[in-house]
Design a protein around this ligand. Structure first.
Ligand SMILES: C[S@@+](CC[C@H](N)C(=O)[O-])C[C@H]1O[C@@H](n2cnc3c(N)ncnc32)[C@H](O)[C@@H]1O
Length: 207
């Protein structure tokens, strides 16, 4: 199914480039944190690249070998239009499907604004596969909104979470404690970085 999200009215340019307002807003703060954990030359797998705006900005800024991906091939034209000159060609990857983390290939795996849009069972698979996909010193970086002890952190977050769940009861914000527990089961620990608009960045590492 396709979810109706606040950004879904994004404009599409003639070359297929979509502009997601949230990606434009959060790119700067996310990049600041990524600079701490992603070194030049790092191999980075981006899950759920969406429009491709983040790939276009982050890959050159971090001098990383950037692999965009998404479960929806309809996003590839936009990803390529944005990042074709600075990143690899996008690949089809369902982060909720077991098996994509076949070996320790990546220095970083990045997922921005994805966890609240997949079922809990899918998030569990994502975390387990990402743990397997990381090189020993690799980092799993997750950005997005979370519940804290089962509760949304603002009225706006509660409304957005409720809207997502109305559209699909299996989706919605994940509880931070639950995510940390699943990371532990996957052999990951994480540093939490508070971000604007009540979001968090989880900088996970192999224990
Ligand atoms: C809200 S957008 C975020 C896109 C981008 N990361 C950003 O922050 O602008 C969510 C994206 O998740 C992708 N997605 C949804 N389920 C997925 C899955 N199971 N595996 C990989 N990508 C998925 C959608 O196709 C969409 O591109």
């Amino acid at each position: 199914m396709s979810l109706r999200l606040p950004d879904s009215g994004a404009e599409v340019a003639a070359d297929g480039r979509r502009m997601a307002p949230s990606a434009a807003r959060n790119a700067g703060p996310i990049l600041q944190v990524l600079r701490r954990v992603i070194r030049p030359g790092a191999k980075v797998l981006e899950l759920a690249s969406g429009s491709g705006q983040h790939a276009a900005q982050f890959a050159p800024a971090l001098q990383a070998d950037w692999q965009p991906s998404d479960v929806n091939a309809a996003n590839f034209a936009s990803i390529t239009a944005w990042s074709g000159d600075v990143a690899r060609a996008p690949i089809l990857l369902d982060a909720c499907a077991p098996g994509w983390g076949a070996g320790p290939e990546w220095d970083a795996v990045l997922a921005v604004n994805l966890l609240h849009l997949i079922p809990q069972a899918g998030a569990e698979v994502l975390l387990a596969e990402a743990a397997k996909a990381l090189r020993p010193q690799g980092r799993l970086v997750i950005y997005g909104p979370f519940l804290r002890e089962g509760k949304a952190t603002s009225v706006g977050d509660a409304a957005f979470d409720a809207d997502i769940r109305r559209q699909d009861p299996l989706l919605g914000y994940k509880d931070l404690g639950w995510v940390m527990g699943q990371m532990g089961k996957a052999g990951l620990g994480a540093e939490l970085v508070p971000m604007p608009a009540n979001n968090l960045m989880l900088l996970a590492f192999r224990l």
